[in-house]
Design a protein around this ligand. Structure first.
Ligand code: ADP
Ligand code: MG
Length: 688
């Protein structure tokens, strides 16, 4: 007896596989239909032809036209990755976008993620030998240059979301442009969502521009009459109003970050629930019972399994409300959005080369950004955009464009990477928009102070080792210094925990006191935040990585697993640079000295009024309220990062002894600056 063919199984209603196969076929057909309905589809063949005819092309098309998901597939289908070991690459400025898009494309292709379609982001490589289309962050591609300076395993490289002008994308421009000169067969695709493509074209030796006409429905733009005192309040009011009064369609709110998103999520959920539990009779039917509102957050550190939730359709009788960071501006397209709420802010890095201080600051968006945000409302039908600021403010207060990141960030990392690639003359590197000379000098100076460069600006052995780690130079230095102080194991934990962002502890509203109490327990003795983080990890490890332990201690299990993964990878990288995993859990001072070796730049001294002053290039800063040292106020601290909210806050601090500065960074600090003899001075101030 021969086996039935798939078609026969589908046709035979009594066959046990019939239903499943039919469902699968239906899903495949829908995906095929979706692909064909994208604005880019009619241009598929022209695009392939253009790529065959030219080495570099600039592709412009509105967000959602299908650039990111389709173009790499078209290139694959056209045979650009036929040869073994050759693949098509596509860079994304954001890790969430790289993962999400790869997931989608794997679905479209019908393969398991990591097989033909894969992605690679820092600390996570989801690709295999089979991978033909690889999505990756721009930062990862930059790292790949270190191992493969000619990118010979790629036949096509698409630098996507070029309009975002992230630091890494800008550096990639220079590198891929250079490669194209000696690899005539490689194809470069520079793709952008904004229409001012001439600048990209010009930079890439007048590469042809391929435009994908977009479909767009009108978007009504509504401004507030007066400036909003509290835009978070205004967001809640607007969402609830739309939900109660406007026709069907989903809502997208642009937030500045995770904290804002979490706060909004909670308020919105509570308010909707309240409305549903009020008895109509009690208030004479004044407040309306609201329909279901599915609130979906999306931000960089959101766990992967929750990220896909934003793409699930809204409930039949309710509405979906997506709370997103800038990621939804152009990187991710969510179908069905009809209402956009734009408070007009985003979180941006800002850097002062004079003081060497970098911080994250909530800043007004640019007009270009505001336009992109509004556009998200008109993709599938006419929509509305609620700008929570005045029309006057849009015209007069917003900058026309966002300043490229390269001009407002610390370049330490990138300079170290370029030096490792043998690019010594950075002043003459082919930047599309060069960074300020002062910023470059500052980066060189910092790398010199860390010992990564010698006085001729050449990479040292230490610098070469530092470049092996996908970490900020200050963290790499910290990690490498731990070899000398024989506490590599502990410092690797600290570095892994610091690399997880600020999502380790959680604090549910109804259990804040309990949570605070649990968190405080990690600050035992003379510690500081870095060591508290280490204690968290060690306790979790000692409990066999238990989920229950995390639950009891108000620690995010997911983040901890991520920390463990990162730690494992750091340990492997340490092996590669031949550093043994020495360990001494009690060597508190030594661990602190390692941190000081990397972060001596970030040193501040207590002032009489309880604030701090940074030692070099004096600036007033404070300890972040979430720090375990916020009440202790030690005299000398070294901090991990600065965040600016109501003022400049140092996040993650340890107490240090000032004499360590001179001991550890003698080329940077002199004894007289440090005032080691601080106590003598205090006595002088006390009246006799
Ligand atoms: P572009 O890069 O031009 O902005 P994309 O290729 O990202 O456009 O998006 C094309 C389509 O794919 C959009 O309709 C979007 O909603 C859909 N899409 C992208 N990622 C996902 C995903 N993870 N799940 C479901 N749909 C997705
Ligand atoms: Mg895209």
């Amino acid at each position: 007896r021969r086996n039935k063919t798939t078609q026969e199984k589908i046709d035979d209603e009594n066959d046990p596989d019939s239903k499943a196969l039919r469902g699968e076929l239906g899903a495949r057909k829908k995906i095929e239909a979706d692909r064909r309905s994208l604005p880019i589809y009619p241009y598929r063949d022209d695009l392939i032809k253009a790529v065959e005819d030219h080495q570099t092309i600039v592709i412009v098309g509105e967000t959602g036209s299908g650039k990111t998901t389709q173009i790499p597939q078209y290139m694959w289908e056209a045979g650009f990755a036929k040869e073994e070991g050759v693949r098509i690459g596509c860079t994304q400025p954001r890790r969430v976008a790289a993962m999400s898009v790869a997931t989608r494309v794997a679905d479209e292709v019908g393969c398991k993620l990591g097989n033909e379609i894969g992605y690679s982001i820092r600390f996570e490589d989801c690709t295999s030998d089979k991978t033909k289309v690889k999505y990756m962050t721009d930062g990862m591609l930059l790292r790949e240059f270190l191992g493969e300076p000619d990118l010979k395993s790629y036949s096509v490289m698409m630098v996507d979301e070029a309009h975002e002008r992230t630091l890494h994308t800008d550096v990639l421009f220079g590198l891929v442009k250079d490669i194209a000169r000696f690899r005539p067969e490689i194809k470069l695709l520079i793709s952008s969502a904004t229409l001012d493509a001439e600048k990209f074209s010009e930079y890439f030796d007048f590469a042809p521009i391929f435009r994908i006409p977009g479909r767009r429905y009108p978007v009504d733009i509504l401004y507030t009459k007066q400036p909003e005192a509290d835009y978070m309040d205004a967001v809640v009011v607007s969402v609830l109003q739309i939900h109660a009064q406007e026709p069907k369609g989903d809502i997208l709110v642009f937030c500045t970050g995770q904290e804002e998103i979490e706060a909004l999520e909670e308020t919105l959920n509570t308010r909707v629930k309240q409305s549903q539990s009020t008895n109509d009779d009690e208030d004479g039917g004044r407040s309306k019972r609201l329909a279901e509102l599915v609130v979906c957050p999306i931000y960089a550190s959101l766990p992967t399994d929750l990220q896909q939730k934003i793409f699930e359709p809204a409930p039949e009788k309710g509405r979906k409300c997506v709370l997103a960071t800038n990621i939804a501006e152009t990187s991710l397209t969510i179908d069905g959005i009809k209402y956009v709420i734009d408070p007009g802010f985003c979180k941006q890095k800002s850097y002062n080369p004079r003081s060497g201080m970098e911080s994250l600051v909530v800043t007004p968006t640019s007009q270009a950004s505001a336009m992109q945000r509004a556009g998200r409302a008109g993709r599938t039908s006419a929509g509305k955009c609620y700008r929570l600021y005045t029309a006057w403010s849009f015209q007069n207060e917003l900058d026309p464009n966002t300043v490229p990141e390269i001009q407002r960030t610390n370049l330490g990392n990138v300079v170290l990477m370029l030096k490792s690639l043998g690019i010594n003359d950075l002043m003459h590197f082919d930047f599309m928009d060069p960074p300020p000379a002062e910023t470059l000098l500052r980066a060189l100076e910092q790398l010199y102070a860390l010992g990564a460069l010698n006085d001729r600006g050449e990479l040292t052995k230490l610098g070469r080792r530092m470049a092996e780690f996908p970490l900020d130079p200050m963290l790499s230095k910290t990690l490498i210094a731990s070899d000398k102080y024989k506490c590599v194991d502990e410092v690797a934990t600290v570095c892994a925990m610091l690399s997880c962002g600020n999502t380790i502890f959680y604090r549910p509203k109804e259990k804040q006191l309990l949570a605070d109490h649990a968190h405080k327990a990690f600050h035992v003795g003379d510690v500081g935040d870095h060591l508290a983080l280490m204690n968290v990890f060690n306790s979790w490890q000692d409990c066999d990585y238990s989920t229950q332990w995390c639950f009891e201690n108000f620690v995010q299990h997911r983040t901890m697993k991520q920390a463990r993964d990162i730690r494992d990878q750091l340990v492997k990288m340490l092996e590669r640079v031949e550093i043994d995993l020495s360990s001494d859990r009690n060597a508190v001072d030594n661990i602190k000295k390692c941190i000081t070796s990397g972060f001596f730049y970030h040193c501040a001294k207590l002032q009489r009024n309880g604030s701090y002053r940074t030692v070099k290039n004096p600036q007033t800063v404070s300890i972040h309220p979430s720090s375990g040292l916020a009440k202790e106020l030690p005299k000398w601290v070294v901090y991990f990062e600065l965040v600016f909210t109501s003022k400049e806050y140092m996040r993650q601090c340890i107490e240090i002894q000032p004499k360590w500065l001179v001991e550890i960074a003698p080329h940077y600090y002199q004894s007289r600056e440090i005032d080691i003899d601080g106590d003598a001075q205090k006595q002088k101030r006390t009246p006799a």
